[in-house]
Design a protein around this ligand. Structure first.
Ligand code: ZN
Length: 239
């Protein structure tokens, strides 16, 4: 295969790959997968928040329990002093006041504890709902992926074979031509190579002046269009 034939084939391969890629991106499953991913992202954010709140609440409950334990001990100690045989009236009323104070504190802690336990239940429910939703989204995503694979098997096989052939075309071209092709491909959105048809390049279709035409006929098979600067294959004309 001549280098200009490889270049023309490379151009056709790349244009077909572009069309394939567009078709693949436009498959309905891709839109659904993107929506699922957005929903998963949102759920993950909510879950992080819920788990953080749940852990905080668990710690607060542990603190309440510790504090309650501490108050119980304190109450026992105060009661023990009250049992002392030498306790007089003043001490007794002081002890009474201490016990009342401790009881109030315990009541407050008990109330707080109850509220935290309720909050923990709500958070636990929210967390399990979020995890359930997450699992459902994962399932849906896998189903969409599966459908995408099934519906695009032929297109993917075609893309693989084009990519294989593409490697062979690149191997038949020198580095400078590949570099110029890549640059033109980017610049012209894919339409990088034109052929000289008579004295008209196939894409820009600006008729060549006779002097330019005769220059081009003497140039390499792969040259540059003097008008639009795409790669220009002239070999067929020269032949
Ligand atoms: Zn041109």
């Amino acid at each position: 295969m001549n280098d200009y034939e490889a270049l023309l084939r490379l151009q056709d391969i790349d244009l077909e790959l572009m069309r394939l890629s567009k078709t693949l991106k436009a498959m309905p499953q891709q839109k659904k997968i993107a929506a699922i991913d957005a929903a998963k992202h949102k759920v993950a954010g909510e879950l992080t928040k819920i788990v953080g709140q749940r852990k905080d609440t668990e710690m607060e409950i542990a603190d309440c329990e510790q504090e309650h334990e501490h108050l119980m001990q304190k109450t026992d100690e105060v009661r023990a002093t009250a049992q002392a045989p030498d306790a007089d009236y003043r001490q007794a009323s002081n002890i009474e006041a201490q016990l009342t104070h401790l009881a109030k504190k315990m009541e407050k802690i008990g109330f707080e504890h109850g509220q935290k336990v309720e909050a923990l239940k709500r958070l636990g429910k929210a967390e399990s709902n979020a995890r359930g939703l997450e699992a459902k989204l994962d399932e849906e995503r896998a189903a969409q992926e599966e459908a995408f694979k099934r519906d695009t098997a032929d297109l993917m096989a075609r893309a693989r074979s084009l990519n294989e052939e593409r490697k062979q075309m690149l191997a038949a071209l020198d580095d400078d031509t590949i570099r110029r092709y890549d640059a033109a491909f980017k610049r012209f959105g894919g339409l990088a190579v034109e052929r000289l048809q008579g004295n008209v390049p196939s894409i820009c279709r600006v008729k060549l002046q006779p002097s330019l035409f005769s220059d081009l006929k003497k140039a390499d098979a792969i040259t540059e269009c003097p008008y639009c600067h795409r790669l220009l294959v002239t070999q067929e004309v020269a032949d």
